[in-house]
Design a protein around this ligand. Sequence first.
Ligand SMILES: [Zn+2]
Length: 401
Amino acid sequence: MDEHMLFSTALGLEKPWKVVEIEFSKDKGRLDLTIDFQRGATFPCSSCEEGNCPVHDTKDRTWRHLNFFQYETYLHARVPRIKCKACGIKQVEVPWARPGSGFTLLFEMLVLQLCREMSVAGVGELVGEHANRIWRILEHYVERARRNVDLSFFHILGIDEFSVRKGHNYMTSFSDIDASRVLFVAESRRKEVVSKFTEDMRQRGYDPEQIDLICCDMWDAYLNGIRNHLPQASVVFDRFHIMKQMNKAIEKVRWAEQKTNKDLKKTRFIWLKNPKNLTEKQKDKLSGLKKYDLKTARAYHIKLALARFWDIEDSEESEAYLKKWYFWATHSRLAPVIEAARCIKNYWQGVINYTKSRITNGVVEGLNSKIKTAMKRAYGFKQTQYLKTIVYLVVGKLCFE
Ligand SMILES: [Zn+2]
C-alpha cells in the first residue's frame, strides 16, 4: 500500500475520491492532503434518483481536519457541480464535510465533544480557531439534534428562571421533568415566554395540550402565561422554589439582626443549608447560636417546620399541617417570615398540589446546577443565541450523529 492509499483509507474515502497529493511541512507545522476524483467519474444527483451525472465544473475548497499529531491538517479538493438530466446543474456533496462548512465532520465531532467538557473559549484556543467559528459548529448540530428529540412521552413541564450574569439578565428554561432535559430557553422571564415555548413545541410537531402538570416558581409572569397558553395543566410549586422564598426571609432577618449582634456575621450558609449537609464545625456554631434568643434562630425553626411539610404523605394531613404552619409563621412577629408565609398563602393550591403530584425537586435542582455549569462554558460571551445553544448542548440530552 503506498502512502496515498494509506491516507485515503485513514480518511475513509471511497471511489471516486482518493488522496492524490501529500504535503508535509515541519516548519509550518501542517499537513496538507489533496483529494481528487478519478477522471471521467460521475456523481449521484443530490435532488433526485439519478445516479450517474457527469461533472459540469469544479471549485477549489479547503477544510480543516483533525490534527495529525501536533500538525494542523487540511484537506483540499476541487468540488464538482454536476449536470443532472432532470434537475440541471447541482452541487455535489462531499462525504467528509457538510455543505458550507470549512471543517470536516470528524473535526466538528471533536469540537462537539470538547465543548461538552470545557469552555467554548478554551476549545477555540486548544484547536487554534476563532471562538465564533466554534459557536457556528455548535449552533448547527444543536439545532439539528433538537429537532430530533422525541417528545411523545413529555407531560410534566418545569419552568425556571436563571441569571445570565450575577443578579441581572434573566432567562427562562422549559424542561421535561421526567427526562430531566431542557427543551427550550427563552430570552427573558416575562409572560410571553410561555407562548414562545408552546410555539416551539408546535413547530416540532407536538401539541402543548399533552402537558398536564407544570412545576414552576411563584412568579406571576409565568402563571399568567400558563393561564393563557397552557390552561389545561395544573400548576405545582416544588419544594426547591418554596424553600428559596423561605431562605430569602431568613437572610433578611439575619441581615438586620447582625447589625446589633456580631456573632451572626459570616453565618449566612449555616442558616440556609440543609442541616444534614453542615460540617461538624458549622453544626457546633449553629447549636451555640441557637441557645440565644435570636430572631434568626426563630426564623430558622419556622423554616425547618416548613420543610417537614414535604415529608407528609397523606394529602389531607399535609394541608392541615400547612395551615398550622401558616398560623405560626404569620404570628412570628418577623416581617420577612410573615411576607414569605403570605406568599405561600397566595399560591396555596399550587403548594398543596405537590402532595398529589409528588414531583421530585431533585430534578429541578439538578437542572438548575447543570445550567450554571453551561453558563461557565459560555464564559466571555453574552449573545443570547450562544447562551441558548450552550444550555441545549449541556442540559438538552441531545444525540449527535
Ligand atoms: Zn437530479
